[in-house]
Design a protein around this ligand. Sequence first.
Ligand SMILES: C[S@@+](CC[C@H](N)C(=O)[O-])C[C@H]1O[C@@H](n2cnc3c(N)ncnc32)[C@H](O)[C@@H]1O
Length: 166
Amino acid sequence: MTSKISHKIKKRDNANDVFITPLGLAKIHIDLHDIKEGEVWLDPCKNDGSYYNQFPNNVKKDYCEILENKDFLEYDKKVDVIIQNPPYSMLDLWFKKNIELNPRSFSMLIGVGNLTARRIEWCENAGYGITKLKMLKVWKWYGMSYIVVFEKDKKSIMSIDRKVWK
Ligand SMILES: C[S@@+](CC[C@H](N)C(=O)[O-])C[C@H]1O[C@@H](n2cnc3c(N)ncnc32)[C@H](O)[C@@H]1O
């Protein structure tokens, strides 16, 4: 899938997109992934580095962060794993960019309501199944959140019934 990057990054209200992940939670998220030595792991929105700083030592690490003029939506290197707490104002573009980079796995910490059928289907159509789903609560963040892990060529643990039942 290609993503024509027409995002409005320069007009965006930054502050609304900055939610720092508690270190312990980022570690739990990271630990949901298999570590394959030498692979490239990307934190696409690093900020203080809750994720990036805790990536394992035996992988190659890379990051983006718009506050450092490293825009994930313009990133074009080959990566194996993408782990992130994404900016919530552009989740459609963010899902498409993860898919476009074609990692073996990508995962996100997102609000429960943000894991929509449409986004899951984009991932499934690109060959990604949901292999792990963890629900949790972060103080002050709206509602419950999920850590959702997508892996390429893996069967999803969930299915979507698109019939509208009456
Ligand atoms: C929800 S915060 C998460 C920060 C950090 N990863 C953490 O978990 O603590 C999202 C971050 O994405 C950054 N961001 C927003 N748009 C971006 C873009 N296009 N490319 C890279 N980073 C971006 C924001 O500046 C913010 O730091």
